[in-house]
Design a protein around this ligand. Structure first.
Ligand SMILES: C[S@@+](CC[C@H](N)C(=O)[O-])C[C@H]1O[C@@H](n2cnc3c(N)ncnc32)[C@H](O)[C@@H]1O
Length: 329
């Protein structure tokens, strides 16, 4: 069963414009293309200030790096075979990939062009400028899979559910906090297709307890959806197996975003682009009374250090494509 969970962008307390009783909801489900367009727009808007607010995202990248460092990746990292950062955002994963697979040709893929632009800036700023090299994976990029090359970094604007990459072309996939925006079956089938036999996918995603405090508080106010849907680890593992990927390791942990008050907590979530993109959202700003109720309820979570937390239910997964996997096209 799926649970609802990340936050609404329209958390903007103003003088009462729409009361809890009169607030209307968007229709419950969005057509996949519309949903995808909403996700892209949210992250395009967030790109310029993502790094300032993405404290939890940075921490989770480091955790995925430590999780990966404990695995034996050598057999997967065939010389010259590219590695992919899927849903790279502004490129927090690059430093971890430098450590895990130094020198491997790197493809950075994201749905949002503005995120990709930030990732390219980070890459250039890091001074990593080897000789430009095309990869076999990108040589197969179909027309329309927009791709720009810089030295040793290939930036591809594309969708994790429809990777514009050749089958069996990657040694490793790294994906931190992007795949929760996707359908598990479709995204992992694509990972299985593009990995070379023996290749490994390293994934950080979020489980159903993510932002539970917010969901509980909003449930007092309206029946709207204030977060996207998150899937439990079992759903990801089931989808991996259905794509013939072998789970090598998994780990769960709770990570907390903290802020001095609810307004800052919500602002940070909004600034990284993790807005609710699914249907059933609230239309109209929160009124003053609803906002006060929200604040009062959230106070019960205040910590002894005076800060307010929001939980991220972290799931780390390592999946391997076996050598006897069926043919990938
Ligand atoms: C929370 S950010 C994480 C970015 C980065 N991996 C990090 O750790 O900071 C999520 C990223 O996933 C991207 N994304 C969401 N859905 C995607 C999809 N279907 N295909 C590719 N990228 C996607 C977003 O555009 C955004 O840049």
């Amino acid at each position: 069963m799926r649970e609802h969970a990340p936050p609404d962008t329209r958390l903007d307390p103003r003088p009462e414009t729409a009361s809890a009783a009169t607030a209307t909801l968007e229709r419950p489900e969005l057509e996949p293309r519309t949903r995808r367009a909403h996700i892209r727009r949210a992250f395009d808007r967030a790109a310029p200030h993502y790094d300032e607010a993405a404290h939890v995202q940075r921490e989770i990248c480091a955790r995925l790096g430590a999780f990966a460092a404990a695995l034996d990746l050598q057999a997967a990292l065939l010389t010259g075979t590219p590695v992919l950062d899927a849903g790279c955002g502004t490129g927090f994963g690059f430093a971890e990939l430098d450590r895990l697979c130094p020198g491997a040709p790197r493809i950075a893929l994201d749905l949002a062009p503005a995120m990709l632009a930030q990732a390219r800036r980070r890459h250039w700023a890091s001074g990593d400028a080897g000789a430009p090299a095309r990869t076999a994976a990108l040589d197969a990029t179909p027309a329309g899979g927009a791709c720009t090359d810089s030295a040793t970094l290939h930036a591809v604007c594309g969708d994790l559910e429809h990777l514009p990459l050749a089958g069996e072309s990657l040694a490793l996939i790294w994906s931190s906090l992007a795949i929760q925006w996707c359908d598990p079956g479709r995204a992992l089938a694509e990972c299985a297709r593009v990995l070379a036999p023996g290749g490994i996918a390293l994934i950080a995603t979020l489980g159903p307890r993510t932002l539970w405090e917010l969901r509980e508080a909003f449930a007092l106010i309206d029946g709207a959806r204030h977060t996207i849907d998150f899937h439990p680890a079992a759903r990801w593992i089931e989808a991996a197996r259905a794509s013939a990927l072998v789970p090598l390791a998994d780990e769960a942990a709770e990570v907390h975003a903290c802020a001095p008050d609810l307004r800052h907590l919500l602002q940070d979530i909004k600034r990284i682009g993790a807005a609710t993109v699914d249907g059933g959202r609230r239309r109209g700003a929160l009124g003053r009374a609803a906002w006060s109720r929200l604040l009062a309820d959230y106070e019960r979570h205040r910590r002894p250090d005076g800060r307010l937390p929001a939980t991220y239910d972290l799931i780390l997964l390592a999946l391997r494509k076996p050598h006897n996997h069926g043919p990938s096209r």
